[in-house]
Design a binder for this molecule. Structure first.
Ligand SMILES: O=C(O)C(=O)CO
Length: 302
């Protein structure tokens, strides 16, 4: 029996036996989960699962995914947020990041504009109730644009100061903002934060459990490559990973990154967090969705 048939049989058998959803989730986990907690996005399995958000979660869970991430969670209605959280609890799935504060056009963390800095604090404050509603521990922060008028060391100091104020808000709630360095060459020229050594230095200076690095393997491959040594250098400050191959930002195996080796490495180091699947599908339709699942099975087979 191939894996797909086994899973189909297993899920059908569970339903026939009248087991609870939680038991079904345990069954799925035992039979099909991956070694790492890869987190798909809404839309990624729409052709196979339909448009309904909960159906997409259920589909992913049946296929072995035990985590999920949703950059746009904050913009969803409270009703949708609650529905997603309830379904994820029933399915035994863990919430990954949503975006708490991000701009690619404004100088926020790096600059001195008081109104922009206060706006960031407001966004962090507002993110707390969203995080609690959807059971999220991590939230993404993109610290805005580079200020062309200000020497870079002042910008770093400004950024550290504002991050410390964000931590004062987050620490009492045990929530973690993960700072995402973004590549300048393909997607986001001009962002203040682009490198993993830079992110490491900033997190060390902020010195808080609420301020960690989101190491997006796709962005860091473009910016600096040398992935495994760089992951090791900033290991102590990494809170979260995201994946995507380069070029093209599609599923693992479609580009130049040896994902099996990278995933083996972070698993061997004991990474127990979420790996967000922040990429597109290389092929359209159900076939493309099966290809994404197969790509993760392959990358996870170490
Ligand atoms: O916009 C991007 O490229 C990001 O990775 C933000 O999360």
């Amino acid at each position: 029996m191939n894996r797909r048939d086994f899973l189909t049989t297993s899920v059908a058998g569970t339903a026939a036996a009248g087991l609870t959803a939680a038991a079904a989730a345990d069954d799925a986990k035992e039979n099909s989960s991956f070694k790492l907690k890869y987190a798909p996005h809404f839309g990624m399995f729409r052709n196979s699962a339909g448009n309904d958000l909960v159906s997409q979660l259920e589909f992913a869970r049946d296929r072995g995914f035990v985590a999920w991430e949703d950059n746009g969670m904050k913009k969803k209605s409270v009703e949708d947020q609650e529905r997603i959280a309830k379904a994820m609890e029933r399915l035994g799935m863990q919430m990954g990041v949503f975006v708490a504060s991000a701009t690619f056009t404004d100088v926020t963390f790096a600059g001195t504009d008081k109104a922009k800095r206060e706006q960031v604090l407001k966004e962090i404050e507002e993110s707390i109730e969203v995080a609690k509603r959807v059971n999220a521990k991590w939230m993404t922060v993109v610290p805005g644009r580079y200020d062309e008028k200000l020497p870079s060391d002042y910008q770093t100091a400004n950024c550290i100061e504002l991050l410390k104020r964000c931590c004062d808000i987050l620490e009492p709630h045990d929530l973690v903002m993960v700072l995402e360095p973004l590549n300048h060459h393909t997607n986001h020229p001009g962002t203040f934060l682009y490198g993993s050594p830079q992110a490491y230095m900033i997190c060390r200076a902020v010195d808080s459990p609420s301020c960690k690095i989101l190491f997006d393997i796709y962005h860091q491959q473009i910016t600096e490559g040398n992935l495994i040594p760089n992951i090791d250098h900033c290991w102590d400050e990494i809170g979260y990973f995201q994946a995507g191959d380069n070029p093209g930002r599609k599923e693992p195996g479609t580009g130049e990154i040896n994902y099996r080796n990278v995933f083996r490495h972070i698993h061997a180091r004991g990474f127990d967090g979420v790996v967000g699947m922040e990429h597109g599908n290389s092929k359209k339709g159900e076939e493309g969705e099966e290809a994404v699942i197969a790509a993760y099975r392959d990358a996870d087979s170490f």
